[in-house]
Write a protein that binds this ligand. Sequence first.
Ligand code: DSN
Length: 421
Amino acid sequence: MEFERIKKADPEVSEYIKKELERQQNTIELIASENFTSEAVMAAQGSVLTNKYAEGKPYKRFYNGCENVDKIEEIAQKRCCELFGCNHANVQPHSGAQANMAVFLYALKHGDTVMGMDLSNGGHLSHGSPVNFSGIYFNIVSYGIDGNGEINYDEVEKLALEHKPKLIIAGASNYSKIIDFKRFKEITDKVSALRPEGDRAYLMADIAHIAALVAAGEHPSPVPYADFVTTTTHKTLRGPRGGIIMCKEEHAQGVDKAVFPGIQGGPLEHVIAAKAIALKEALSPEFKEYAKQIIKNAKTLCKTLMAEGIDIVGSDTENHLMTVDLRRLDKTGKDIANELEEIGITANKNTVPNDPKSPFVTSGVRIGVPAATTRGFKENEMIEIGKIIANAIKGTDTKENLREKTLELCKKFPLYPDILC
Ligand code: DSN
């Protein structure tokens, strides 16, 4: 990182970058969708590649001078196919929401019916929220989760057979159980049989949150079942902020056209280089261990919180996250997330299923361990963190004591010790 140059050019901005580095170093990051990339991933994003226009696909560009970015983008595509075992990868989407938008543009006509998980039950904005393009331009049928915090596949099938959606989305932003992609495919096939000839239903899996767990073989892969698999690259996958679409060969050309010129202009080749580096890292044996540790850490944190009398939606986790349910304690997600921030833990307020409170207040806090696991925390640290969170929620220790404990943990596991500013 070229802090000296930034400082010289813009002391005002550099001061906030410095403060942000210190914030990340001195707090425990439990936002389930965040992570800490390698320094190589960050460096690629600050490289000369940011200067290059490269509209189009590798070797079929609308600009000259693309011989280097062509190679880089091709490497990223190949590594993605190797990691996930897919036929085709488009690594250009600027984000997960844009990856989903491109699939919608390719697969749907305005007004088509789409079925996805309801946002307040753990779905994503781009899976049909009424305030998002997906909910504005398409007819949305939502499914939720049951009292055990699980998808009720029989209910999903019943809804699907009733509404015959053109697109079914399997995936979530806040769901702590393993997703049965095979069952989703069976449901999609049953819907296809009810749709007009030549107009079958499609299945899209959004694995933004669980990408690393899928890549490492810790969770089942949707690739054999789904027409489209979308992901972000910055969550469990630990790369730069961005998106990827994987698909079967039959959809490759259409998906590529939907990304460009459909919804995007010039791809961010500096970010694509960073994606390539992150994908290489994800192909390493160390990354497989990282994915295993994520699950061990999440399970340990979940058990500790429950042993401390804190309710968790679904009373278990099978992935990297969980949602604290504050209803019994009569607290709000907003207050608890703010109180956690005061003691050096960052998490986000989140609705619980059938939440009586608004999305700005909520009755839950979503907690995830990918970033904390990258930092080096293991089961023992998760037990400590669980007790700190429980004490904060129950008000059984002072904020000063709890802040001291989080800071001590951060000091024991330094983050980015070689970055100076
Ligand atoms: N809503 C983001 C999250 O899961 O935090 C993803 O876009």
